[in-house]
Each structure stands twice: as C-alpha cells, then as structure tokens.
Design a binder for this molecule. Sequence first.
Ligand SMILES: [Zn+2]
Ligand SMILES: [Zn+2]
Ligand SMILES: [Zn+2]
Length: 151
Amino acid sequence: MRTSTPAKVHGVAADLDSVLGELSRSGCRVTQQRRSIVAEFAQLRRYVTPQELHARLAGRRPRTGLATVYRTLEVLERLGAATRALRPTGEASYLFCAGAHHHHAVCVRCGKVDDVPCGSVDRFARTLAARRFRLTQHRLEFFGLCARCSA
Ligand SMILES: [Zn+2]
Ligand SMILES: [Zn+2]
Ligand SMILES: [Zn+2]
C-alpha cells in the first residue's frame, strides 16, 4: 500500500530497472545476487517474509545469503518500492509496490494481491474538512476473496 508521504512520492520507481537504478543511487551495490532478489520479489504478487523469499532463491547461482535478502528488502521499503506488513506472529513481510499511488486488494485465502486505483478519497477529505481536519495522506487496504478463490 502506498501512502502520499513525500519520501514515497519522490521515491517512485515504476519498474524493475528504475528500482535497481534507485538501489545503486542509494549507495547499495547492485550485485547479481541483489538483481535476482529484486527480480524474484517484483514478480510475486503477495507479501513474503525475508525467509520465504530466500527459500525461493535456493538453488540459484550465485548463492544468496539471508542477510542480503533482509537488507535488500529493507532498502526497497526505504526507497518506496516495497510495503511492509506484520504477520500475526510479529514477523515482517514485504510486498513489491512501486509506481503511482494505488491501494491493494488482498485475498485472505491465497494471499494474492491486486492493485486498485485510488478513488472516492475526495468524499472523505470533505467529511474531514467539515471537522476542520486537513487530510494529508491516507492508507487503505481491502481484504476478501480473489476471483479464483471465490469461484
Ligand atoms: Zn502496490
Ligand atoms: Zn485467492
Ligand atoms: Zn489512495
């Protein structure tokens, strides 16, 4: 889920190449390991823990260390290319999330995440303005069953 905090708006990275570019501009060496971490992560449409992502990369050459996966996900979050959510166990999980402001529809059964364009926020802004509250950012996430799981 993206919010309209300035850090994220300026850190927008719409695709893999621009994310890798930002990674290197932020002082992170874009090694082959890092490239494969980001590529695998970017095509997953679900929240994953660093351990889960690391397990998916098992058997690939060059070998990728768990510590590198942790650090890469942290940097991606800082750059505004990943969003973080805590599992009920307290574990941090991450979802690749870049590009223009949008929201997420999360399937509670299979975990698939769809991007949803942002709408209807003006109505909330007006309601809040009537209470003399000036809206500067918002977070919104939808939960339910995806097309496949509800079929
Ligand atoms: Zn997203
Ligand atoms: Zn589903
Ligand atoms: Zn929105």
